[in-house]
Design a protein around this ligand. Sequence first.
Ligand code: G3H
Ligand code: 13P
Ligand code: ZN
Length: 310
Amino acid sequence: MPLVTTTEMFKKAYEGRYAVGAFNVNNMEIIQGIVEAARETRSPVILQVSAGARKYANASYLKKLVEAALIEAPEVDIALHLDHGDSFELCRAVIDDGFTSVMIDGSHLPYEENIALTRQVVDYAHARGVVVEAELGRLAGVEDAVKVDSKDATYTDPDQAVDFVNRTGVDSLAIAIGTSHGAYKFKGEPELDFERLKTITGKLPGFPLVLHGASTVIKEFVNMCNAYGGDIPGARGVPEDMLTEASNYGVCKINIDTDLRLAMTGAIRKHLMDHPSDFDPRKYLGVGRAAIKDMVIHKITRVLGSADKI
Ligand code: G3H
Ligand code: 13P
Ligand code: ZN
């Protein structure tokens, strides 16, 4: 089956109160691990490529790897998405290259500029059958968000979200309710602003929301990295039950990168320490690929609820 857009995926996810995982990819083993997990669990999946991943792997290589995934797993609904597109030109390039979904991230811009840039991408994308995700509110600065005042300054404003969606025609919206990127998300107890999420959903019924920075930073893998020569002290992510809860309130796409990085790195670190004479990349990258697959199966079956939805 060819690549799909996220339109049908999100409609089913919204109605079924589950979320589709959007997993960051940048090499063959990661793509294979994710797609194999989706195939085994019969789950739809979003493969997302950041500007950095595109630069690292080269756009043509990534495209051909994803084409190979479509051949190997024809029964799986796969969308190919640009993660955190930062310009109209980048969005246009990947749309012309066959991506079925793009994110234009104008969240750092003044509000009217975010609207203008998003609108420009939406016009180009929709004319070519491609869907667009935008972002409103700022993910960074969770540590500032303890006080209500600063929450209001950085988290997504519900009324502004309605205005933004209406004026841009965007297909989904990434919101800020307390998550952040990377392995250090919370200084104290993890907390998401569910009241804000419910208010946004109430004002935008049926509209798919997106949660970035949604890795759990699972202790087992942080500990594995640290036990085998890594140095990632005090890492902390979003508890799994909070992510499952979010999918009850219109969150249809959950972005996961850090948990894949931790799983792959932990497994490879352990393998190389346990097998000091091994210098065959197929052995340790194979272990890394298996760790990616296991992690994605865990996410699909225990957190997202997207198994058996294709
Ligand atoms: O949200 C960002 C993703 O984790 C991708 O990170 O820009 O290092 O590829 P990256
Ligand atoms: P994590 O760093 O929590 O995995 O978030 C990834 C993400 O939001 C990619 O856009
Ligand atoms: Zn993100």
